[in-house]
Design a protein around this ligand. Structure first.
Ligand SMILES: [Ca+2]
Ligand SMILES: [Ca+2]
Length: 214
């Protein structure tokens, strides 16, 4: 086989072998919240942010998405947009942090991280965040892994200059039960504000849950 042909065959074989084991992918849940549909969601509320309807905002709180009658499957993939609003402090210790955000499925923790919206001007100390890794013992620059960093803060009258950071998060894990309980919760630390929800909060949009059969 010529070298040139080999270069063509190897990638083709890799692609086929990746897909060979996937028998079916079913979208079992999708919500962009534009119709304010909160079926299956506990502690849900919607609000407009950046010209779209989102689930939130949350501060020392969270929501549960409960799905039933899932088709037979081996893996679940959860994807969503996560908006981190205003002055999150990442790994910083008390009295400002750590500002932790967690995702659990059926009680097992799949994400347990911190986010930092700290300003990083020249000569300034930037409070690191754990994301895209988990907390503790991981130190990344504020907004690492973000999809957008140019969005406004949540409260228009807020004095916060930190704005909002958008993350596109996808998590795949082994799961075969016919029900799925997905929980997203924060543990924000704020000791110096009278308006906690304007100081630090989060919201979610475009949640998709896929069930994959191998
Ligand atoms: Ca939306
Ligand atoms: Ca904080």
């Amino acid at each position: 086989m010529s070298k040139r042909l080999l270069f063509l065959v190897i990638p083709l074989f890799s692609v086929l072998s990746c897909h060979k084991n996937v028998k079916n992918v079913a979208v079992v849940y999708h919500n962009d919240f534009e119709t304010n549909d909160l079926t299956n969601i506990t502690n849900g509320d919607t609000v407009t942010f950046n010209h779209t309807t989102v689930l939130g905002t949350y501060n020392n709180s969270g929501f549960t998405l409960s799905l039933k009658s899932l088709p037979a499957h081996d893996l679940v993939t959860v994807s969503f947009d996560l908006y981190i609003h205003d002055s999150w402090d990442g790994n910083k210790m008390a009295p400002d942090g750590p500002d932790i955000w967690t995702m659990l499925a059926d009680g097992s923790q799949y994400i347990n991280t911190t986010f930092s919206n700290d300003d990083c001007g020249p000569g300034q100390f930037c409070s690191p965040q754990s994301y895209p890794l988990n907390y503790p013992n991981n130190y990344n620059n504020p907004k690492t892994g973000a999809y957008r960093t140019d969005l406004p803060g949540f409260c228009s009258w807020s004095f916060s200059t930190h704005g909002t950071t958008l993350y596109k998060i996808t998590k795949t894990f082994k799961h075969s039960g016919s029900t799925l309980k997905l929980q997203c919760i924060d543990k924000l630390v704020q000791t110096n504000t009278f308006t906690p929800k304007c100081d630090e909060s989060w919201s979610i949009d475009n949640i998709t849950v896929k069930a994959t059969t191998l």
